[in-house]
Design a protein around this ligand. Structure first.
Ligand SMILES: Nc1ncnc2c1ncn2[C@@H]1O[C@H](COP(=O)(O)OP(=O)(O)OP(=O)(O)O)[C@@H](O)[C@H]1O
Ligand SMILES: [Mg+2]
Length: 257
């Protein structure tokens, strides 16, 4: 791996549950790795879906992201290789849910992940953080550590309200805690081109956030929902399906941006 100075850190964030954060984190990371960019996925969600979705049993990850946050271990000590070359993972653990309360008592509690990722392992060119579905302390740590936010959004009626809240959060974090935090983009996920609602929501998001809406649309694709149970990204599980093509296109679009 080539030594790099400071890798961009992209937080995959939306306080709403089930919008495709984990699916995006896993498959974008895999697509970046496939394009030759060594990528580290940090699983910051106590549900540990990114960990199990990449074939790593979170119950057995003795050292995990919690120990990284408390400073007990460095990234080098907690990083794991995955079955895909160039794709690395820092696993989560179910206990992280309770640990959030402990972390709240630590001084500098919003900056724990930023300090931990200050020493990104050499060769890592991009760090992705899979966030939990809330704007609690864990997500706050992600937003303080990150250089940008990637916002997966479902094409549904409440999408715009959620986006308004996230944009407000973005401004708040920029002014108080992390002035370098940019918006990597708003990503429409589980897009069903057969429904009028999907196109209407897309239109509305384009009108209200013209500079942030990404061109790539992630289609609803059953292969994307099947891949995690095989412990693989969709790029390995079914490299030619529409979901795999969409995440490759997303990687390309973000690299060009
Ligand atoms: N494009 C898609 N096509 C079909 N199914 C999808 C797609 N994206 C996500 N899913 C499925 O939708 C569900 C929610 O997706 P995912 O776990 O990625 O969301 P999330 O935002 O990480 O959820 P949480 O907020 O609970 O962490 C999962 O079962 C996933 O397999
Ligand atoms: Mg998730």
């Amino acid at each position: 791996m080539l030594a790099t100075t400071e890798a961009p850190i992209m937080a995959v964030v939306n306080q709403k549950g089930g919008v495709g954060k984990t699916t995006t984190a896993i498959n974008l990371a895999a697509a970046m790795a496939e394009a030759g960019h060594h990528t580290l996925l940090v699983d910051l969600d106590p549900q540990a879906n990114s960990s199990s979705g990449l074939g790593i049993d979170p119950a057995r990850a003795r050292r995990n992201v919690y120990h990284l946050l408390t400073g007990e271990v460095t990234t080098d000590q907690v990083i794991q290789a995955t079955s895909r070359p160039g794709l690395f993972l820092i696993p989560s653990h179910i206990d992280l849910a309770g640990a959030e309360i402990e972390l709240a008592a630590l001084p500098d509690r919003e900056h724990l992940l930023r300090h931990a990722l200050a020493s990104t392992p050499p060769g890592v060119e991009l760090v992705l953080i899979d966030c939990p579905p809330s704007l609690g302390l864990l997500t706050l740590n992600a937003l303080v550590a990150a250089t940008s936010m990637l916002i997966p959004t479902q094409s549904e009626y409440f999408a715009l309200e959620g986006l308004r809240h996230l944009m407000y959060t973005h401004q708040l974090i920029r002014s108080r805690l992390n002035p370098r935090l940019a918006i990597a983009g708003i990503l429409m996920t589980q897009f069903d081109a057969r429904t009028t609602l999907a196109w209407d929501v897309l239109d509305a998001v384009r009108r209200s956030h013209p500079h942030h809406l990404l061109e790539t649309l992630i289609p609803r694709n059953v292969r994307l929902s099947e891949a995690p149970s095989h412990g693989k990204s969709v790029l390995e599980f079914d490299p030619t399906c529409r979901g795999a093509a969409a995440y490759r296109a997303l990687a390309k679009e973000l690299l060009e941006r």
